[in-house]
Design a protein around this ligand. Structure first.
Ligand code: IMP
Ligand code: MG
Length: 178
């Protein structure tokens, strides 16, 4: 493994290598391909953090699938009352569609707990969640990922699309706060 890296004022150490991520995402895509065989799912990617994961996952999807993007910004006041604002909403008619929501990380679950009812109310035939990371011990909302690449401890991570103050998203592997 490579050495510690600095993102702005903080040091991060290696947690998951780019190669481990690559291998795991191929496995994940294989499972999704099997589950959605013969169907035409719509992948809804939650920006910003998910862009790299979504690109890598989607290129391994073998069924005829569509992809679209939403941008949600979460404002964390006190943890349980924090608001999730929609900076860019859903453009598509998703009536009767099999939706796969693509997230970078389920931390408290607040973002998806807010977005999921919107998707269901819009008439999706089915909704599943594919999350690159899950922090099981940080979960505060009733949100469950159907597909997860990695479960990690409740520690702050950067890389592979995830940021610290907007930086670190371009790092190919995943790093954890030292
Ligand atoms: P939630 O608490 O599940 O709603 O997660 C909200 C968002 O916080 C995630 O989609 C990420 O964008 C961000 N986030 C949560 N944990 C981390 C982390 O460890 N590093 C970077 N971003 C994170
Ligand atoms: Mg996110």
């Amino acid at each position: 493994m490579s050495a510690a890296i600095q993102v702005q004022d903080k040091l991060f150490v290696p947690l998951i290598t780019a190669e481990q991520i690559r291998v795991r995402i191929v496995e994940m895509a294989r499972q999704i391909n099997a589950d959605y065989s013969g169907r035409n799912p719509l992948f809804i990617v939650v920006l910003n953090g998910s862009f790299m994961f979504a690109a890598d996952l989607f290129r391994h999807i073998e069924t005829q699938a569509a992809i679209s993007f939403v941008k949600l910004s979460s404002y964390s006041g006190t943890a349980s009352t924090g608001q999730v604002l929609t900076a860019m909403g859903l453009q598509e008619d998703i009536t009767g569609r099999d939706v796969v929501i693509v997230e970078d990380i389920i931390d408290t679950g607040k973002t998806l707990a807010s977005f999921l009812p919107t998707v269901q109310a819009a008439g999706a035939a089915s909704v599943r969640i594919a999350s690159f990371l899950v922090k099981p011990t940080a979960l505060k909302y009733d949100v469950h990922a159907d597909y997860t690449a990695f479960e990690i401890e409740d520690k702050f991570v950067v890389g592979y699309g995830l940021d610290y103050n907007g930086y670190g998203r371009n790092i190919p592997g995943l790093y954890v706060l030292k």
